[in-house]
Design a binder for this molecule. Structure first.
Ligand code: AMP
Length: 287
């Protein structure tokens, strides 16, 4: 376990990174909103394997939250995050105050990624992905990493970032990492801490429902509507679960599908009590 330097200022982080860049070291960035768990740890570990210098950013980005969403109560614990980063061998933590990232308040310049941002979560969170794309662009410009690591747990976010990096020719490799789950199947998320014990006990139904949809596809069901209906039927009996969407989409463009055949993903958003949870599962292409 080695100490990770915490940077709050862009200038100080850039000077520190410059020395490593000049020495020819490969830099990896893991952007997070903190309250780190084993899912984040898997991204840091992968970066540690592939890069010489690993920077973890911890920033609860206000511009990706809508009015009435959980920005104020989003869990924060930098001491815990630092311990996890050090246990995973990260070299630096970039934890800027909001004013460091947005010195003039809301920025005049925003990055919007059309089409891929618009369906799924984009429907109920219309400005969310512009907030994400803007802050990730800023983080990529600040750190200038060779590689940046994102989780497949937030599948649409990963697709938005990949599209943005390709469209803008940003000089970084985007690495997608598999979803880390609790032993009962629930996808790890900082927001799981909002769940009461009763709701937490019901939450694995989301993954079980996704598995039912995937299994139907593997058993030969080609109709996207029928696969989605299987997932919805599995979620219906769960008390206090309100399905926001269940969709079967193309794995790359995220366009809604009528039929599965190529790579596809089943994506869901469910409100359990007051907590909005998202998850997804891949459907393998038909050979
Ligand atoms: P967040 O702090 O929730 O914004 O997540 C930061 C990064 O960690 C994002 O790229 C997420 O997709 C990724 N991540 C969050 N939860 C998981 C998980 N359970 N497994 C893998 N990656 C995750």
């Amino acid at each position: 376990m080695s100490p990770a330097t915490v940077f709050e200022r862009i200038g100080a982080l850039r000077s520190w990174l410059e020395a490593h860049r000049v020495a020819g070291r490969r830099i990896g960035l893991v952007p997070t909103m903190g309250y780190l768990h084993a899912g984040h740890a898997s991204l840091i570990r992968r970066a540690r394997q592939e890069c010489d210098i690993v920077v973890v950013s911890v920033f609860v980005n206000p511009t990706q939250f809508g009015p009435g969403e959980d920005y104020d109560r989003y869990p924060r614990d930098l001491e815990h995050d630092q311990a996890l980063c050090e246990a995973e061998g990260a070299d630096a933590i970039f934890a800027p105050p909001v004013v460091e990232m947005y010195p003039t308040g809301a920025p005049c310049t925003r990055v919007t990624v059309a089409r891929v941002s618009e369906g799924l979560c984009g429907r109920s969170r219309p400005h969310h992905f512009a907030g994400v794309a803007t802050v990730v662009t800023k983080l990529l410009n600040i750190v200038q990493p060779h590689r940046a690591y994102f989780g497949e747990k937030d599948y649409q976010q990963l697709a938005v970032i990949r599209t943005m990096v390709a469209d803008l020719n940003l000089p970084v490799d985007i690495v997608g990492c598999p979803t880390v789950r609790e032993s009962d199947g629930l996808a790890m998320s900082s927001r799981n801490s909002y769940l009461s014990p009763e709701l937490r006990a019901r939450a694995p139904a989301i993954y079980r429902a996704l598995c039912a949809g995937r299994d139907a596809a593997q058993a030969g069901e080609r109709s996207a509507g029928a696969i989605a209906a299987r997932v919805k039927a599995a979620l219906e009996p769960v008390p206090d679960a309100a399905v926001e969407y269940v969709e079967v989409v193309d794995a790359e463009s995220l366009a809604p599908l009528q039929e599965v055949g190529g790579g596809a993903v089943i994506a869901v958003a469910v409100r359990l009590g007051g907590t909005r949870l998202i998850d997804n599962i891949a459907i393998k292409p038909v050979p």
